[in-house]
Ligand binder design. Structure first.
Ligand SMILES: C[S@@+](CC[C@H](N)C(=O)[O-])C[C@H]1O[C@@H](n2cnc3c(N)ncnc32)[C@H](O)[C@@H]1O
Ligand code: SF4
Length: 451
């Protein structure tokens, strides 16, 4: 790899978990317009996908960029679960005429979903799925290995939450101490064995590169341990360090952060270890074992990039429940209130907790489809207007990517090369007309570095 490319392309860029990215949203649709958009696109055979955000964590990890509330008070879950139940009942009124729709998938994210008791999981899922589950229902849940209990695993099996994701981050003791997330390998190994023995459908590990005190030696050791267990999927995120926005990251020692070329080498080392062990690259920062659900979805072009990272495409309607969660239809996005207390009060009064949002223009829809194809499949068939853009606006920029060996063209098809895969955010940014139109700097939105 030509390391001069890092200096050239390492800059603040959106992660494109939505298009347009949230800082470029221009305003939520009215409740009536939101409902109408769903009614028009709802197909009972395809159902809806649900994302449920559980914001509570018992301890703060200093690197954390997630939306969460730190509390040891477990009783806070009760009013929150009541609010989630009320929210789902409110959300079906307009779009589904008060009828509960069929649910294709539920993804529990956080925060820490296993902050909830097993009884609350059961109560909540029974309420959410009273319109039925699709025959190919997918249930997924993020697990904090430090606080998960056996009773949780039993209820996850019973309720078909069969795809689990473990927050690992790094196995090195020094790195764990620097990020204030102590969880020894023995703890993960025991949990992993239990999950395998209980036949969970797939196990994902979340790991991060660019954390304080990480070196090539610690990454090699971490990935040797990862491979000794052999999870089905691995998300290997670039550490997003934004201490101006995320105050908890002021606890991170800046002088210990690997940056630029040093950070990129960590990614490339892990990628080569994983590829040598038959894991395939799917998307920007995810890897999958052949035969796993995500690698099958990748080969069948059913992968989708969303707020949950890379998932399997099910319906075209995602309903987000819980503080800060985002809902998406083919015509608009809406985000829920982030403040947990305001969120709860709004739902308990029977109101929708929507705050910000965005109605997609035809230009947005076209760019969204292109960026999805690029980030999920690594290639794009260009439409006439995109070819026109390329001839006029983007010609020089694209030539640079081609010259650097990151991108190639074959007729109407634009193809990301293997070398170009780590730079896909940069290539996607070329087609982001909101980013092109805005000045991104001290006064513009803050994005994490692309590398
Ligand atoms: C939304 S968090 C919730 C997961 C769960 N609470 C846990 O930590 O086990 C999902 C994943 O995001 C990643 N993450 C959190 N903060 C990050 C940051 N600042 N930069 C990059 N990835 C981050 C971590 O890998 C984490 O497991
Ligand atoms: S990384 Fe996960 S467990 Fe840690 S504070 Fe953030 S959401 Fe909670």
């Amino acid at each position: 790899m030509d390391l001069s490319l890092i200096a050239k392309y390492d800059r603040p860029i959106p992660r494109y978990t939505s298009y347009p990215p949230v800082p470029f949203w221009t305003g939520a649709p009215s409740a009536a317009a939101w409902s109408q958009g769903i009614t028009e696109h709802y197909d009972p055979k395809r159902g809806v996908d649900l994302y449920v955000h559980i914001p509570f964590c018992q301890e703060l990890c200093s690197y954390c960029g997630c939306h969460r509330v730190i509390t040891k008070n477990l009783s806070r879950q009760d009013s929150y679960v009541e609010a989630l139940i009320k929210e789902w009942s409110a959300k079906i009124q307009g779009p589904f005429n008060g009828q509960f729709p069929c649910v294709n998938s539920i993804h529990f994210g956080g925060g820490t979903p296993n902050f909830l008791s097993s009884d609350n999981f059961e109560k909540l899922i029974n309420h959410l799925t009273q319109g039925g589950k699709s025959p190919h229902f997918i249930g997924a849940v993020e697990i904090d290995p430090r606080t998960i209990k056996e009773e949780h695993l039993a209820i996850f099996k019973k309720l078909d939450l069969s795809r689990v994701s473990l927050g690992i981050q790094d196995f090195d003791a020094r790195v764990q101490s620097e990020i204030k997330r102590i969880q020894p390998f023995s703890l993960i190994e025991a949990l992993f064995k239990t999950l395998r023995a209980s036949n969970f459908e797939s196990i994902n590990f979340d790991l991060i590169y660019g954390l304080p005190a990480q070196t090539e030696a610690t990454i090699k050791d971490t990935f040797d341990k990862v491979l000794s267990l052999g999870p089905d999927h691995i998300a290997f995120y670039s550490y997003a360090h934004l201490p101006g926005k995320l105050k908890n990251q002021l606890l991170i020692k800046e002088q210990l952060l690997p940056r630029g070329v040093d950070k990129f080498r960590l990614f490339m080392l892990a990628r080569s270890i994983l590829n040598a062990s038959s894991y395939i690259d799917i998307g920007m920062d995810h890897f999958a074992r052949p035969g796993s659900p995500l690698s099958q979805a990748f080969s069948e072009r059913r992968l989708k990039r969303s707020f949950m990272g890379y998932t399997v495409q099910k319906s075209n309607i995602l309903i987000g429940l819980g503080a800060s969660s985002i809902s998406a239809s083919p015509v608009a996005y809406v985000q829920n209130e982030k403040d947990v207390k305001i969120y709860e009060a709004t739902c308990l009064q029977g109101n929708l907790p929507h705050t910000v949002g965005h109605v997609l223009s035809s230009q947005d829809k076209e760019a969204e489809a292109l960026i999805q194809d690029l980030m999920c499949h690594g290639d794009v068939i260009l439409s006439d207007s995109q070819k026109n853009d390329i001839q006029t606006l983007l010609k020089e920029d694209l030539q640079e990517f081609i010259k650097d060996g990151l991108l190639q063209f074959s007729g109407d098809q634009m193809i990301l090369t293997d070398k170009g895969r780590p730079f896909m955010r940069n290539i996607a940014a070329l087609f982001d007309h909101h980013l092109r139109e805005r000045q991104v700097g001290t006064t513009g939105p803050r994005f994490s570095q692309s590398i």
